[in-house]
Ligand binder design. Sequence first.
Ligand code: ADP
Ligand code: MG
Length: 257
Amino acid sequence: MDELSIHNLHAGIDGKEILKGVNLTVRKGEVHAIMGPNGTGKSTLAYTLMGHPSYHVTQGEVVFKGVDVLALKADQRSRLGLFLAFQYPVSIPGVTVANFLRTALNARRKSQNPEDKGIPIPEFRNMLRDRMDYLKMDHAFAGRYLNDGFSGGEKKRTEVLQMAVLKPEIAILDETDSGLDIDALRIVSEGINALRGPDLGVLLITHYQRLLNYIKPDVVHVMLDGRIVESGDADLALHLEEHGYDWVREKYETALS
Ligand code: ADP
Ligand code: MG
């Protein structure tokens, strides 16, 4: 099945349980937003889904295209079609954006077709230029070392460029809006919107509603204390913006007691 299905996921770090039973299904073609106060486990969910080695799953399952995702290493998850844009992207001095993207693209192509010999360099160059134009990025970017000295906006734009090149099937974007001024936010959002379509499912993690003014989600979820406790349509985000999270917390605590 072409959906990312998360069932009763429990996970944590350093022996501390942070995710306490997450249930969520993201289908290709859908954009889901996860909102919630700081410290409720949103980034933990993103890292756990991508197989960050510091995060340990204690219960539950994650299935994508019929494959047990939790049994795969991070690079295998990426080749399967999952993509994570980090809240704090790492820099890799010595590796250019172009080389990084070509290596990642070739790994993905090879996993789709073991006979693949890699994209010819001229073809890759043209494709990269084309995608950079699309995202209004200076071509000089391709020759810079990955994230090395990049501004917040440049890092985020580079992540959207990665998506445009790698064409993941499910993209998980953690706080894509953090540290962006309004122009950068608009460009990044336009980039994500341009990539939206039947072949891409998006899990958009955000603390603020403002990103959702630019990228309209199909479904909005609220995470509290390591669980998704409320889901609704795009209007739920507006309601949260106006009324905060207290009412969700009260409703959730009443339900538990
Ligand atoms: P969010 O992204 O929703 O703000 P996080 O997933 O980053 O939340 O964090 C969830 C919880 O995990 C927080 O209470 C945080 O303090 C805790 N946490 C994060 N890293 C560690 C760690 N290395 N050891 C123990 N607790 C941690
Ligand atoms: Mg976070």
